[in-house]
Design a binder for this molecule. Structure first.
Ligand code: MD6
Ligand code: FE
Length: 207
């Protein structure tokens, strides 16, 4: 267990939970998955405005955002093939930190460039909203903003570094949150094509 852990409303930050060799292994797994399930650029419903992150997924279900809305589906939106299987390393992480008896059904892969951000949102497209969401950060640092149950709840921000794990459980499962910015050049983990940049993996139960 890491020395430092905060727990407030079911929110937990586990700094440096994954060691460097575990981070390297996970990056290798992600890069392999992207060969089979290439990155796509999600779009805002209705407007079709592209998000600044690129995405793919692991697991039986994957999260998609396009002009018609947000949803989970079992196949890649462009290739039509099933998502790559959930890696054992992520299943083990989920078992170790989630406290949830069933395995994750979806793992969203978010890829950030140096100027990417992720607007404030609630993870709300899952029917299984009592199960926690577990995320892993790889690569450059980012400023994560966590609010409360209302869009105008007070917020706190903190830095997520490579290897950090975040758990949104309990009440915090429905809290607003987002990524304000990343800090390019603050990690040497990712290979050239993804550096400067950041990868975030978010595991969820869907139904
Ligand atoms: C990110 N994370 O860290 C975005 N959602 O890039 C999320 O949106 C998130 O880290 C739910 C639970 C944990 C998370
Ligand atoms: Fe989220």
């Amino acid at each position: 267990m890491p020395a430092l852990q905060t727990d407030c409303d079911g929110f937990r930050l586990l700094p440096g939970y994954l060691k460097r060799d575990q981070q390297n292994a996970l990056v290798k797994t992600v890069l392999g998955a992207l060969e089979a399930a290439p990155l796509f650029t999600p779009a805002m419903p209705r407007s079709g405005k592209p998000l600044s992150v690129q995405m793919s997924n692991f697991g039986p279900l994957g999260w998609i955002a396009d002009r018609t809305g947000y949803r989970y589906q079992p196949h890649h939106p462009e290739t039509g093939t099933p998502w790559p299987a959930m890696p054992q390393q992520l299943l083990d992480l989920w078992t170790a930190v989630s406290g949830w008896p069933e395995p994750p059904q979806a793992c969203l892969i978010n890829i950030y460039g140096p100027a990417s951000r992720l607007g404030v949102h609630v993870d709300a497209d899952e029917d299984a909203r009592d199960a926690p969401v577990v995320s892993v950060s790889l690569g450059d640092r980012a400023r994560f903003r966590l609010g409360g149950p209302l869009r105008n709840s007070p917020t706190h921000s903190f830095i997520l570094s490579s290897g950090d794990v975040v758990v949104l459980g309990g009440a915090s499962r429905r809290f607003f949150h987002g990524i304000d910015r990343i800090y390019p050049g603050t990690s040497t983990l990712l290979p050239g094509h993804f550096s400067p940049g950041r990868i975030n993996l978010t595991m969820r139960r869907v139904n």
